[in-house]
Design a protein around this ligand. Structure first.
Ligand code: ZN
Length: 125
């Protein structure tokens, strides 16, 4: 897949390549998180490669993998290795993941409870 970088492909073929690359990037991102416990430097390199490929092919990761990237320095952050996780009880409630590389606090807002959204307790009839 890496060989196709820069080569102009027909649109259909390009889409097929993109699907294939998506799977590879997912694997790469997942394995970089697993590797972080053993070899952080290698894991960071792997995550950086995954990010470069993602930018090249305009691929988005889902939330479960997205939270392993610092929004400040774009490096790999793994809780317990190079990140600290704290629960916030303010409004809105959020999980704060502090990157120990750059110190940025990455906030993940927790969804409001279903009841507060007004869908429960209101009768439509
Ligand atoms: Zn950072």
């Amino acid at each position: 897949m890496i060989k196709t970088f820069g080569v102009s492909l027909p649109h259909v073929k390009k889409r097929a390549v993109r699907d294939e690359v998506t799977a590879v990037v997912r694997d790469l991102a997942e394995s970089s998180v697993a590797l972080a416990l053993k070899d952080l430097a290698m894991a960071k390199e792997q995550a950086a490669l995954a990010r470069r490929v993602r930018l090249r092919f305009n691929i988005r990761l889902d939330d479960s993998l997205k939270r392993y990237t610092c929004r400040g320095c774009k490096t790999l952050i793994v809780p317990g290795v190079n990140a600290r996780v704290r629960l916030g009880h303010g409004r809105p409630a959020a999980v704060r993941i502090t990157c120990s590389e750059c110190g940025r606090v990455n906030r993940k807002i927790l969804r409001r409870p279903y009841i507060r959204s007004g869908k429960v307790g209101k009768s439509n009839s």
